[in-house]
Design a binder for this molecule. Structure first.
Ligand code: MG
Length: 268
């Protein structure tokens, strides 16, 4: 699988969340075929670069591409909400090294500084909920709750505790939460991709459905924003507040609706 032909001078960057936005496991195919047809057309008419901005790891996302029958690869991906990879000509992925190294360094330093605080947060979570604390290589702290309600309780409880370390933040997606650095998220990663191509936030389109998409749906990172009809309430409020589009369709069909809204304005 390869990307579409290289664009010498892109004019816009498209950033799509994967699970719940582009991808719906209950549909077959999970990503609508029309989406890829539209991307081909927008590539020619509007010189767009497109990428997937996800909480998945790169490996897990690649499985998603195969399983969803992607006919071609995106130009870039953001994995685990903060690592940037750029597609090479042969279908492989090159880490965007300056950003990824800096991110790793900052995150590592933060987790060292915040070790005691995270231990207190862990204790609080384990004492009061049935949620599972996760620690594995490259992912020093995460939580999996049993329900969305339990996760909402955890976030409310953790917020004042985490304020003790100003760089500590987290990304929440449904029942999952990943602790991280406040400067590295889907939004700042999208802006870094745009910076590589010398494009301002106004030329960036972002679309997502869940809490971990809040940052990239901020006008600081994307001038064109949208969420599908199935998005969580906080995302709908964020998009509406920024003058973005809440589509009437769900998942991938909502994505098609949003792209037509922003890029087919010139048509009768
Ligand atoms: Mg999502």
């Amino acid at each position: 699988m390869q990307t579409l032909p290289v664009l010498p001078m892109p004019a816009a960057i498209l950033s799509f969340d994967f699970d719940g936005t582009l991808h719906d496991p209950a549909s077959d195919p999970a990503v609508p075929v029309e989406f890829f047809e539209l991307i081909r057309e927008l590539r020619l008419r509007h010189r767009v670069l497109w990428g997937i901005n996800t909480g998945r790891s790169l490996g897990h996302l690649q499985e998603g591409f195969v399983e969803s029958k992607f006919p071609f690869l995106p130009d870039w991906v953001v994995a685990r909400e903060r690592e940037i990879y750029l597609a090479d000509r042969s279908g492989g992925w090159l880490p965007h090294a300056p950003w990824n190294r800096q991110c790793e360094l900052e995150v590592h330093g933060l987790f060292q500084r915040a070790a005691k605080l995270l231990a207190r947060i862990r204790q609080e979570v384990e004492e009061h909920t049935g949620a599972k604390w996760m620690e594995w290589h490259g992912e020093p702290a995460g939580v999996i709750a049993q329900t969305e309600e339990e996760m909402a309780w955890i976030v409310e409880r953790v917020t004042p505790m985490a304020a003790a370390e100003p760089h500590l933040s987290w990304q929440r997606n449904s029942i999952w939460l990943r602790f991280g650095h406040r400067d590295f998220h889907k939004g700042s990663s999208l802006s870094e991709v745009a910076r590589i191509h010398r494009l301002p936030a106004g030329c960036c389109f972002a679309m997502g459905d869940s809490h971990n998409d809040l940052d990239m749906l901020d006008p600081a990172h994307a001038g064109m924003t949208a969420c599908p009809a199935n998005a969580v309430e906080e995302i709908r409020a964020k998009v509406a507040g920024g003058g973005g589009l809440i589509t009437t369709a769900v998942h991938g069909h909502g994505v098609i609706e949003a792209l037509r809204h922003y890029f087919h304005k010139d048509r009768a």
